[in-house]
Design a protein around this ligand. Structure first.
Ligand SMILES: [Ca+2]
Length: 425
């Protein structure tokens, strides 16, 4: 027996031992039909908490073996609360990011370079602009949005965007002041650029998340081409990184001080394209969703100073069907994804649920899927995914961002211009 398989066995034994002691939760069906049970046991692994087969039934595209049990295709879970799904509006134009205002309205970015505000009754405001030149071609545009921690006094809003310059475009972070009459973003200024500029319109990232201490995490992408992707593995540039900056765009710490050329704002590296990022409400852990190549979408728990592998390590294959470089899924010095999807979900924006309204959702992670065409609900315990559910699969939408609202509902925007509200009946 190899060292690795011995390690797997240990993990399986440990996890199944823990699962055996765990008390029944509302997510675990207490009674299961005998036929269902034997089917479930045949198709799922020992770590499955739910006893149900995985939601994914299609054959994998890359089909690499996982590094540990429960890293992909965990058992299904089904929400027991009766849900009401409403389309608040279908009148948005390629919405990309959203945030909740203190009064409960939702403020949304549109790729073309404006923001709009949606009220609970579904009415949509006029376009609010005030941004610099943006490359809105391809995957570019006005991207994510976040309220400054002191928004109620400062009226300051933060954004990521694909800023357009003479040398191409770049993922940039900036802020401006939303005018009192709500018609314009005033004095917008870029405070950070994930350099270098590049002539391409893909893999910009990007999400913005404020930490409790008022500092800002920003995610980027590798800019997609074979010429740029190796930049994810070097520390002298902003591609394929999580960046940690303060509210004025300055580095918070120097996580790679032992590397001479490292940019001090780099928090983690080796990422392909990160369009989802959220902080766990109970543990404070930073989680991201990451677009992989074919069959290699990842959920990662982010720790500072770590290498998340891309493009040296991946569970996916090239769009051509070739291996990515050496076709490695494990390499010393790189972090394993907590979870991966093969075939892909194309995970975009995500949010943890932290509300009493739907108790069975407490601390669960909701991720919008573009290719998957649904919202993935993941139940996470001890930094592992233990159950997965697909929500709104019948809608046939590309879910770009997901927000857990202060009212206990889940909000989601789609590329087709819809804003959904998902709450109890
Ligand atoms: Ca990875």
């Amino acid at each position: 027996m190899t060292k690795l398989s011995l390690m797997w066995l240990l993990v399986v034994l440990l996890v199944s031992a823990c699962a055996g002691e765990a008390p029944a939760t509302p997510e675990m069906p207490l009674e299961t039909d005998a036929t269902d049970r034997s089917l479930a046991e045949a198709e799922t692994t020992e770590t499955d908490r739910t006893g149900l087969p995985p939601v994914e039934t299609r054959p994998p595209e890359a089909d690499y073996p996982p590094a540990f049990s429960g890293q992909t295709r965990v058992g299904a879970v089904a929400t027991e609360t009766a849900l009401e799904v409403r389309v608040l509006t279908d009148g948005l134009d390629s919405p990309w990011g959203m945030a909740e205002l203190p009064d409960g309205r939702i403020i949304v970015t549109e790729k073309a370079g404006v923001v709009r505000v949606v009220k609970a009754d579904g009415s949509v405001s006029e376009a609010i602009d005030g941004f610099p030149a943006i490359n809105s071609a391809g995957q570019g545009g006005l991207l994510d949005i976040a309220l400054a921690p002191d928004f109620e006094e400062s009226r300051r809003l933060y954004f990521t965007l694909a800023e357009l310059g003479d040398e191409g475009s770049v993922t940039a972070v900036g802020y401006g002041r939303w005018s009192e009459d709500e018609t314009v973003i005033e004095d917008f200024q870029v405070i950070y650029r994930a350099l270098p500029f590049y002539h391409g319109s893909a893999h910009y990232g990007s999400r913005l998340v404020f930490s409790d201490d008022g500092t800002l995490f920003v995610s980027t992408g590798d800019r997609q081409s074979f010429d740029t992707r190796m930049n994810a593995q070097t520390l002298d540039n902003g591609y394929g990184k999580i960046l940690h900056i303060d509210a004025e765009g300055e580095p918070v710490a120097d996580y790679f001080s032992d590397h001479e050329d490292a940019l001090p704002e780099i928090y983690s590296y080796g990422h392909r394209n990160i369009q989802g990022m959220a902080i766990h409400p109970a543990t404070g852990d930073l989680w991201i969703s990451e677009m992989g190549p074919r069959g290699g979408d990842e959920l990662n728990l982010i720790l500072p100073g770590k290498n998340y592998g891309w493009p040296l390590v991946s569970y996916g294959i090239e769009y051509s069907g070739d291996k990515v470089l050496e076709g490695l899924t494990v390499q010393e010095g790189t972090e394993q994804p907590v979870y991966y999807w093969d075939p892909v979900l194309a995970p975009s924006g995500m949010s943890f649920y932290d509300h009493d309204l739907i108790r069975e959702w407490q601390n669960d992670l909701f991720i919008g899927g573009l290719r998957g065409g649904h919202i993935a609900r993941l139940v996470i315990e001890d930094r592992r995914v233990v159950a997965e559910e697909r929500l709104l699969e019948a809608e046939g939408e590309r879910f770009r961002d997901v927000l857990a609202g202060a009212d206990g509902a889940i909000y989601a925007i789609t590329d087709s211009g819809r804003l959904y509200r998902i709450g109890p009946k």
